[in-house]
Design a protein around this ligand. Sequence first.
Ligand code: AMP
Ligand code: ZN
Length: 123
Amino acid sequence: MDNCIFCKIAGKHIPSTFIYEDDDLIAFHDINPAAPIHFLIVPKQHISTLSDCDEGHAPLLGKMMLLAPKLAQEQGCAYSIDSDGRGAGGFKTLFNTGPDGGQEVYHLHLHVIGGPHPWRGQR
Ligand code: AMP
Ligand code: ZN
């Protein structure tokens, strides 16, 4: 898609620092972070919204979801359980879909939002 910013980033037509890349996905920090840690997991393939996905996209969506905790660990917002059984850390995962879902960029992406009190300033 010619006018899609995330296609341009995925195609390396505009500079960006990837925190992850494989054949299907890229991940990079959100330019306007809503929390101390905020990155996006983005398919290289242009898909406008989650509502444009069908059963054929299930492996890709599963891969995006499973990448979230791995990158959260690397980025410093892993969820863990301490020896007393108390949970610590953690993050939000979010797909915005359409105008009422607050979607601004119409290229599918999964927000991963974490760090201390990531729910403050949430969108
Ligand atoms: P959404 O509202 O779900 O469509 O979110 C789009 C997100 O993309 C917003 O959080 C923006 O801050 C982010 N964003 C837009 N352009 C860029 C960019 N060039 N690099 C990194 N993040 C971006
Ligand atoms: Zn695109």
